[in-house]
Design a protein. Structure first.
Length: 169
């Protein structure tokens, strides 16, 4: 019997311990397991391993477990907050000039970000146990106390969801 390994090995840029220091969320609402790529102030790539042990499967379509779409959206939002956090922490000098001025004026440390809006949300396919939910957050703009990003979620290269999201501090 030949065993074929279909899971690609991804590097770990930030592991779950760093993620838990960056985000206030805790299981079952911590929805990012690992950050694998960061282009400061531009894009972040992360993922969540979806397992049948995830608490939401107990009540969401028993017999046909599907990850709730709002949690896929939340996972994209958490990835966007990690983009801001790790960019600010590790690459403050690389921020675009207009953002640098805002960051000097605004002390965001210790503040919690809340959804302000979600636009152009589309769900394209279900996420089920055994999937690795790949997340991408792309910076759009930062102004005042608003952080705007686009998010994309995929499983094995197939788009599962996308959205434009705004957070406020």
């Amino acid at each position: 019997m030949t065993v074929i390994d279909t899971k690609e090995q991804l590097p770990t840029l930030h592991d779950i311990h760093e993620i838990m220091k960056a985000l206030p969320h805790r299981p079952p609402f911590l929805l990012v397991d690992r950050v694998v790529s960061l282009e400061p102030w531009k894009t972040l790539v992360a993922f969540k391993n979806v397992t049948i042990n995830d608490d939401f499967f107990r009540g969401h379509f028993p017999g046909t477990p599907v990850m709730p779409g709002v949690l896929v959206l939340e996972a994209m939002a958490q990835a966007s907050m990690l983009l801001l956090h790790f960019s600010r922490r590790d690459h403050p000098g690389e921020a675009p000039e207009e953002i640098r001025d805002l960051l000097k004026a605004e002390d965001l440390s210790g503040r919690i970000a809340y959804f302000a809006s979600c636009d152009r949300v589309k769900f394209r396919r279900p996420v089920v146990p055994g999937d690795r939910l790949d997340l991408q957050a792309n910076f759009v703009r930062f102004g005042g106390r608003l952080w705007k990003v686009t998010g994309k979620a995929t499983v094995q290269g197939q788009r599962t969801a996308e959205a434009e999201m705004t957070a406020t501090f």
